[in-house]
Design a binder for this molecule. Sequence first.
Ligand SMILES: Nc1ccn([C@@H]2O[C@H](COP(=O)(O)OP(=O)(O)OP(=O)(O)O)[C@@H](O)[C@H]2O)c(=O)n1
Ligand SMILES: C[C@](O)(CO)[C@H](O)COP(=O)(O)O
Length: 242
Amino acid sequence: MDVVALVPAAGRGTRLGAGVPKALVPVLGESLLLRAVRGLLHSGSVHHVVVAAPAEQRGRMECELAELGDRVQVVPGGDERTDSVRAALDAAERFVPTAEVVLVHDAARAFTPAEVIRAVVAEVVAGARAVVPVLPVADTVKRVDADGTVLSTVDRSALRTVQTPQAFTPEVLREAYACSQDVATDDAGLVERAGHPVRTVPGHSHSLKITTSFDLAVAETVLAPAHDSESEVCAESGPQSA
Ligand SMILES: Nc1ccn([C@@H]2O[C@H](COP(=O)(O)OP(=O)(O)OP(=O)(O)O)[C@@H](O)[C@H]2O)c(=O)n1
Ligand SMILES: C[C@](O)(CO)[C@H](O)COP(=O)(O)O
């Protein structure tokens, strides 16, 4: 099965406020972008990666990823995440027309464990057309009005927070993007609007989206050390396969 991952990395990182695009922010000496793309390829389930970069940072991101070889392409992204994914999807059709599974994975989720990547791919290989990793909601959730007064307490038992990588058949993702010019907060949202069922697999706390300076501190002290020691063990025991 030929698997391509699209990596939107064209965001500004406004909430992090690092002064450079978030994907280029280093954690223990390596950028979020390099960590995210290498994690996909080293999972053993992903064969090609198309990165959507800020247009003016395309060359810099190509240099950042050069060590990973020609299985990685970098294209200009867009103003919204959805625009960046659309640009990467168009490019993937040219670079990897043979792909049978397409993942979409935030560069900001640079510490996603390999087992999550392998799980979403396996679910599509097993017949699902769209798959997302999810976690249960740990806090009580309330609906509030514009003044901040509580309207109701939501039943959280059926609620899940959603991560990436999200996995699709190429046909379903293309159809979802062709059907809609809307901005969606995730890709599965467009697939849902196109009327297709979306399956879930367990997500992971280490797949945290690095959004704020607190998240970056968690990455430096917890996620990167754990990920780096796990990678050393995997390197010693050889590559994994899908
Ligand atoms: N126009 C955009 C906006 C976001 N992204 C990417 O989408 C992922 C998830 O977005 P988020 O974490 O919200 O990143 P930013 O948009 O950079 O964050 P902020 O809203 O704080 O600026 C990131 O890898 C980001 O680079 C993208 O490719 N193109
Ligand atoms: C796609 C996503 O990571 C799923 O949780 C998330 O919605 C992206 O967040 P953003 O702040 O809307 O870019």
